[in-house]
Design a protein around this ligand. Structure first.
Ligand code: RRO
Length: 306
């Protein structure tokens, strides 16, 4: 059986499938459940300084067969209330990566330090939520801001820092280079794409907030393209995210250059058991293709002559 173990920015993972941030609740027990279902690691909902209720409903609608348009509004309990959830997840043996968001370098660094103190294995900086005023991609679409925020966090913590990048830019690899310059241990690509749906009968946007983020199968080729371009421009590992429903989708990202992948929308559609299925199916697929390990497949599509 092919070897699915990978090491991501110094963090050993039993397989490359991570629970993406924000898709399976924020509680420690739901994170623990995802790990028990077979995920190689779990990423928390993005946590901020203060509790946030999020936007009013509707906050999410389905899009086509395997997609969502969401504007949840970064609902989270705030860092003060989060230690117990991380403790519950860690007690189950889950490998936990803490996601944080903020408006500027100082707040990111503060939150990152407090999240690191909870014993998470790594941090993911949300510089890519596509619809939050003064947060997410509004601060993450400028390489100078990505560099400044990443540098402040890297100075504040001793654990690996992963920067989650936005696809809402003409040069995603430029953002990855900025993160790398600032000392990021890895980047993840992509968050959702800014999107809008209109309910023609109501004559207004479908989501209460208006603008939202598109996830699911429709964005997979965009995510794979971002990973492809980033892999060619940085040396740090890349995590692929966006529309992974099957092991074949995951292998596309891996062959484009991803060392690990995050699974989000598929969990909501298929249930948490999708992790067990993905792990089994990726092993079978690699065997079928005569590829000995995930490591061997990373970036493989760049090396095959046209
Ligand atoms: O909470 C959200 O509305 C949200 C976040 Br933090 C994010 O990073 N990406 C997204 O599509 N929605």
């Amino acid at each position: 059986m092919a070897d699915l173990k990978v090491t991501l920015a110094g963090i050993p993972l039993r397989n490359p499938f991570l629970l993406a941030s924000g898709i399976w609740g924020e509680s420690g027990s739901s994170l623990a459940g995802a790990y028990a279902a077979g995920a190689g690691g779990v990423i928390t909902k993005s946590i901020g300084r203060e509790p946030r209720p999020g936007y009013p409903n509707p906050t999410v609608v389905t899009f086509d067969q395997w997609g969502f348009l969401n504007a949840m509004g970064l609902p989270n309990p705030g860092i003060e209330s989060y230690p117990e959830e991380v403790a519950t997840a860690r007690k189950s043996g889950a490998l936990v990566i803490g996601s944080v968001f903020g408006p500027d370098a100082a707040e990111f660094a503060d939150l990152a330090g407090r999240m690191a103190d909870l014993g998470v294995a790594g941090l993911e900086l949300n510089l890519s939520c596509p619809h939050a005023e003064g947060l997410g991609s509004e601060v993450g679409q400028d390489p100078a801001d990505v560099e400044e925020i990443t540098r402040a966090v890297v100075r504040a913590v001793k654990i690996p820092v992963i920067v989650k990048l936005t696809p809402n830019t003409s040069d995603p690899a430029g953002l990855a280079e900025a993160a790398e310059r600032a000392g990021a241990a890895a980047v993840s690509a992509i968050n959702t794409l800014r999107a809008l749906a209109i309910d023609v009968r109501l004559r207004r946007p479908t989501l209460a907030h208006g603008l939202g983020g598109l996830s699911g199968s429709a964005i997979k080729p965009i995510g794979v393209a971002c990973v492809w371009q980033i892999f060619e421009r940085v040396k740090i590992p890349v995590i692929g995210v966006g529309g992974i429903m099957t092991a074949e989708d995951a292998l596309e990202y891996i062959m484009a250059g991803a060392r690990a992948v995050e699974v989000g929308t598929a969990v909501a559609f298929k249930g948490i058991r999708v992790f067990g299925d993905l792990v089994r199916d990726l092993g079978r697929l690699l065997d079928e293709l005569g590829i000995a390990s995930v490591n061997d497949a990373v970036g493989m599509a760049h090396r095959v002559p046209a």
